[in-house]
Design a protein around this ligand. Structure first.
Ligand SMILES: C[S@@+](CC[C@H](N)C(=O)[O-])C[C@H]1O[C@@H](n2cnc3c(N)ncnc32)[C@H](O)[C@@H]1O
Ligand SMILES: [Zn+2]
Length: 179
């Protein structure tokens, strides 16, 4: 069963060393803890275009659905060594801690998880394992990272990219991890 989400998001929005504003833990979280539910109600379509200058606060979901994220989630920055991931449960997407998170730590996820497209951008996350030039498509990640992130993929993405996923699983089976 999904643990109840906090009544009010236990996060703060503040300037980030990664980019612009970021989202920070207002309390400590355990691994697997829900940090906040995402509000995906602001669907962008012909009748409801995204306001100019707000394009970077959009998220790209199943079947081409685009949502204009509200605060605080619109301020979650990308990291190549993220401390959260996003998973849908009973129709609601939740930001979930990947590992214990201390109060005041910046909340990040890897934008390439559940992501398609052909956009390349420069990352300034500062992580030791920063990939620097980020290609938006999950299946462009280094193979070992695809292996690591595989359990984190959301159900809709697994369904939408089923044939790529099957190809990846066959490749991973043929190339066991090197320790
Ligand atoms: C969802 S917003 C995140 C909030 C953003 N910092 C702000 O103040 O509005 C996504 C945008 O933040 C920037 N961004 C997020 N993570 C980044 C990173 N690791 N490196 C460089 N820019 C990043 C990019 O411009 C991206 O389009
Ligand atoms: Zn990075």
């Amino acid at each position: 069963m999904t643990p109840p989400a906090p009544a009010r998001p236990a996060v703060l929005v503040a300037p980030s060393a990664i980019n612009g504003l970021g989202v920070f833990a207002a309390a400590a979280f355990s691994a697997g803890g829900i940090i906040l539910p995402l509000d995906d109600s602001r669907v962008v379509d012909a009748q409801h275009p995204v306001p100019p200058g707000e394009e970077h606060h959009c998220d790209y979901l199943e079947a081409g659905r685009v949502v204009w994220m509200p605060s605080p989630e619109c301020y979650i920055n990308h990291s190549c060594d993220p401390n959260t991931f996003v998973r849908t449960t009973a129709g609601v997407r939740y930001v979930i801690a990947l590992r214990p998170i201390a109060a005041a730590e910046e909340i990040t996820y890897d934008y390439c998880i559940n992501s398609s497209g052909d956009v390349v951008w420069q990352c300034h996350c500062g992580a030791a394992r920063c990939r620097r030039a980020i290609h938006s498509d999950f299946f462009h990640l280094p193979l070992d990272l695809q292996r690591e992130y595989l359990p984190l993929l959301d159900h809709w993405f697994r369904k939408e990219r089923a044939s790529d996923l099957a190809r990846l699983e066959a490749t991973l089976a043929a190339h066991p991890p090197q320790y």
